[in-house]
Write a new protein. Structure first.
Length: 153
């Protein structure tokens, strides 16, 4: 039931969320991402997208990169945990606290996990405004190290 509610809320919020994002859409698709070296952020991103049967949606590219960098999956619990991670990492929007509030109510049994992810995000360097298109050809490990992102989420 909570997955159904979460998915419906996601569908309703997607268009307004994309409309308010200020970044430019990346001039590349999954086929282009696959052209970069195997250890690159690009390859990891394309693997994530293909594994989850996602398309690269305009203006949401960085959201997918957050998943790749933090090794977060796409289950309801993982989606909420990444929002906790990001909450103290910097982004401030109406969506973020809303997702955290609703997600916490829906998944109170995972509160310890969420608080742990909040602490991890707080200890990392701010990366939500970084343009991840620039280093897509770079290895992913140094990118994680730069932002003090722990290897597991």
């Amino acid at each position: 039931m909570r997955a159904l509610i979460s998915n419906k809320l996601y569908e309703w919020s997607l268009t307004p969320y994309q409309a308010f994002k200020k970044n430019e859409a990346w001039p590349i698709g999954i086929a282009g991402l696959l052209q970069y070296p195997k250890t690159s952020l690009s390859q990891q991103l394309s693997s994530f997208l293909l594994h989850h049967n996602f398309n690269l949606q305009e203006k949401l590219e960085s959201d997918y990169v957050f998943h790749v960098l933090t090794a977060a999956g796409t289950s309801v619990t993982e989606e909420i945990s990444i929002q906790y991670y990001l909450f103290d990492n910097g982004p401030r929007s109406v969506c973020l606290p809303s997702v955290i509030f609703i997600g916490t109510i829906l998944c109170t049994d995972h509160l310890n996990l969420f608080l742990s992810k909040y602490s991890e995000g707080k200890s990392g360097r701010t990366f939500y405004q970084f343009d991840f298109y620039t280093p897509i050809n770079q290895p992913i490990t140094p990118i994680k190290d730069t932002f003090l992102i722990q290897q597991t989420l």
